[in-house]
Design a protein around this ligand. Structure first.
Ligand code: FES
Ligand SMILES: [Fe+2]
Length: 353
């Protein structure tokens, strides 16, 4: 048994169709990618990170986090061994200094800055306890607001990041693949699916259905949460997904329950391997019992996530995703793939092999 089933296997008998963006390891779409947790970047220190095939460095300035390419544009020294001097990044070797826009602003030995320095900066944002990087210097786009949480004070907690051996475009399908909801999760697929594509780089699926009464799990669901269930998945830029569970749910059909929300932030590790960062997010409760409610909401989100993940996580190891045999029922997946293929690629994409 080989250690890893690479794309070379079954190439003659089961070739994979190459898409413009979907499941294409050469493409990095414009979008927000997590570089690290906020607490990992200490003030005055330089942090090295690997993201989507790039080695980057990060440091803090008065007006936010700076992020540039990871090698000095002079002779290519690793900038992670440099230091922060007056909010500039100083290379260890010849002490050239760079500002947050990746401009060389000081050369101690006095000569002029060469004109053709190839060195880039990247837009950053701190949100949900993480530092996010955009693969271009400028962006108009903020890190996704989770539907229903816009403008609220938030609580969040990152779960342990994990790797998968398939592209994140494929793992992201999990929430919207109707057939497997029946066969793996025992949920009725007699449901309404509402698709919102009001913004070209976002797509949101809302799924509503009635609990059937066949299994114990279904009868329990119906007893606790009422006749119907609803959840939504919102995708941003093909690399970030917001899941809302228990939409409009009422305990014993009477008491409104808080919606449970989480993000899946994805990035590429290398061809054939991705990193998934789950982040549980909710509205911050106020009042005397707030610490209990806050803990409980994040705890329940984690329980639901672990339950769903445990039921079908193994599907995504060694999957060879095929896009030529869809049924009518797979329409949401088809829609999602065409959304991905419309997204813009970025400066981090590699030339196609
Ligand atoms: S290699 Fe960085 S300043 Fe020379
Ligand atoms: Fe699933």
């Amino acid at each position: 048994m080989p250690k890893k089933l690479t794309s070379e296997f079954n190439q003659q008998t089961q070739p994979v169709r190459k898409h413009k963006v979907f499941n294409n390891w050469d493409i990095v779409t414009k979008g927000w990618y997590v570089a690290c947790e906020s607490s990992e970047l200490k003030s005055g220190k330089v942090l090295s990170t690997y993201l989507n095939g790039q080695k980057l460095v990060l440091w803090r300035t008065k007006d936010g986090v700076a992020c540039t390419d990871g090698f000095c544009p002079h002779m290519g020294v690793d900038l992670a061994i440099g230091k922060v001097v007056d909010e500039k990044l100083q290379c260890f070797f010849h002490h050239w200094q760079f500002d947050k826009g990746a401009n060389c602003v000081h050369i101690p030995c006095g000569e002029e800055v060469p004109k053709n320095l190839k060195f880039n900066s990247y837009a950053t944002e701190e949100k949900y306890g993480h530092i996010w990087v955009w693969p271009e210097a400028q962006t108009e786009e903020a890190v996704l607001d989770i539907p229903g949480l816009e403008g609220h004070e938030l609580i969040y907690k990152a779960d342990k990041a994990y790797e998968r051996t398939c592209h994140y475009h494929i793992t992201m399908i999990n929430g919207i693949d109707p057939q497997h909801l029946r066969t793996v999760h025992n949920i009725s697929i007699d449901m309404d699916i509402d698709i919102d594509e009001t913004k070209s780089n976002h797509i949101e699926f809302t799924l509503n259905g009635k609990f059937p009464k066949a299994t114990l799990q279904e009868r329990m669901g119906k007893f606790l949460l009422g006749e119907s269930y609803s959840y939504s998945m919102k995708y941003a830029d093909g690399c970030l997904a917001a899941l809302t569970m228990l939409r409009g749910a009422k305990l014993f059909n009477k008491y409104a329950l808080p919606e449970l929300k989480m993000l899946f932030a994805y990035s590429l590790v290398e061809e054939g391997k991705i990193l998934v960062r789950p982040i549980f997010v909710n509205k911050k409760s106020k009042g005397i019992f707030a610490p209990f409610f806050n803990f409980f909401k994040l705890f329940m989100t984690k329980r639901f996530f672990k339950m769903l993940q445990g039921e079908d996580g193994m599907v995504y190891e060694n999957i060879r995703f095929n896009t030529t045999a869809f049924l009518k029922l797979d329409a949401p997946v088809v829609k999602y793939i065409s959304y991905l293929n419309r997204l813009e690629d970025s400066s981090w994409s590699r030339p196609s092999k």
